[in-house]
Design a protein around this ligand. Structure first.
Ligand SMILES: *Cc1c(COP(=O)(O)O)cnc(C)c1O
Length: 421
């Protein structure tokens, strides 16, 4: 199946007389005929359902669909993108370990990695997203267990050289985890470029309609965990009656461990209702992404020509930093998100945003409706000036998420707001 078809048909194939659409299974639990049957479920929890804190039939269909879209072996949904990023690291790092992350990533992730994980004894080593292979290699320590980056960073829109980052990670025997939220598997499939684990905030384009917060982790099933660095994968898990994940679940040991251990203990699983809505978003993901890219390219060209901005960042535009990488990793477009810095800095940016009529001022991105955000005073306000610069953000920076309205209406709105500053 081609990807447009996968969006509609992966994950659920009704049999004779069954519902066309995967129903919402609104049940916390599942009934078995005997105590022995329940015991058998615990012996191999991947075969049947136990409890909706870590698996549910509606969510299961969505997980299978997303795994297929990303070209992975298995996936696990989470109650938010933050939970996905958190579990993606905790699944292989413990107190005393470190991991490398690109400094150009989502503000919430910077805080999670730099503050909260640090409190838990896990060190994040920050590396510039455009580091050379040499610089990247030099950042590894003996206790480094993973490498993390964003395909298309929120909000800086830097493009990561995934293939090079994967090479460096693999040279040190650790997996590359990629947050593919902005690109979605429609525009880029990081596993095809060597990534081992993919995470998403499904709250963005995957849901697309701004109706529910969620996340997902996808396991490529390709990383070799048996190189001696990951006893948590290769030695018996005493908290799960001695299971050795790489032996019993060789097809996707990382995701099975994340579910049976971390999801069991942290319980950040989405509700069936949310997964049902997420599936509706996924069904149209391919057509929506195409239109977002088409609208945003026109809008980015217009903004670039106004003469009222210091710069526009939209990697699909010729002559923009990151354009060469975008041509390689995102040949069909770079999503609906554009960032630009207004001449005059913070106060002019705020005036411009407050002048918009169609585009709404909201803490969201990748909505079906056009929206804007001022990162320095919203998502990234907890960062220091130094971190802001590292994340590619200044006071005049505006993140514009171009929606699916008629592009003429979006342009008219921008024109009147530019006229107002
Ligand atoms: C929004 C976002 C997150 C966090 O996701 P939530 O669903 O809001 O928890 C993580 N990564 C990226 C790139 C995001 O845009």
């Amino acid at each position: 199946m081609k990807i447009e078809t996968k969006c509609l048909h992966e994950g659920y194939a009704p049999k004779n007389g069954e519902p066309r659409v995967m129903p919402i299974v609104q049940s916390t639990t599942y009934v078995y005929d005997s105590t022995d049957d329940v015991a058998a479920v615990f012996d191999d929890p991947t075969k049947s359902l136990i409890y909706s804190r870590f698996e549910n039939p509606t969510t299961d269909c969505v997980e299978k669909k997303i795994a297929a879209l990303e070209g992975g072996a298995a996936a696990m949904c989470t109650s938010s993108g933050q939970a996905a990023s958190l579990l993606s690291i905790l699944n292989i790092c413990e107190a005393g370990d470190s991991f490398i992350a690109s400094a150009s990533i989502y503000g919430g992730t910077i805080n999670l990695f730099g503050v909260t994980l640090k409190r838990m004894g896990i060190e994040c080593i920050w590396v510039e997203h455009d580091a050379t292979e040499e610089q990247l290699n030099a950042a590894f320590k003996p206790n480094t267990k993973a490498v993390f980056g964003e395909t298309l960073a929120n909000p800086a829109l830097t493009v990561l050289d995934i293939e090079m980052w994967a090479k460096a990670a693999h040279a040190h025997g650790v997996p590359l985890i990629i947050d593919n939220t902005f690109a979605t598997p429609i525009l880029c499939r990081p596993i095809e470029w060597g990534a081992d684990i993919v995470v998403h905030s499904t709250s963005k384009y995957m849901d697309g309609h701004a109706v529910q917060v969620g996340g997902v982790i996808v396991d490529s099933g390709k990383f070799d965990w048996t190189n001696g660095k990951f006893p948590c994968m290769t030695e018996p898990d005493e908290s799960y009656h001695g299971i050795v994940y790489t032996e019993k679940y060789a097809f996707a040991p990382y995701i099975v461990k994340a579910r049976m251990q971390l999801m069991r203990d942290f319980g950040c699983y989405p509700a069936a209702n949310s997964s049902f809505l997420l599936n509706l978003g996924l069904e149209t993901l391919a057509v929506r992404m195409k239109q977002y890219c088409e609208n945003a390219l026109k809008v980015a060209k217009y903004i670039q020509d106004t003469g009222k901005v210091e710069f526009v960042t939209y990697p699909a535009l010729e002559g923009i930093k990151g354009h060469e990488l975008a041509k390689k990793y995102l040949p069909n477009g770079t999503s609906g998100v554009i960032s630009f810095s207004i001449k005059g800095g913070r106060s002019v940016a705020v005036k411009f945003m407050d002048s918009l009529k169609l585009a709404s001022n909201e803490v969201h991105v990748a909505d079906i409706r056009t929206c804007v955000l001022h990162p320095a005073s919203a998502t990234h306000r907890q960062l220091t000036d130094e971190q802001l610069v590292a994340a590619g953000i200044d006071g005049g920076l505006i993140r514009l998420s171009v929606g699916l309205e008629n592009v003429g209406d979006i342009l008219d709105d921008l024109k009147q707001a530019f006229a107002n500053i």
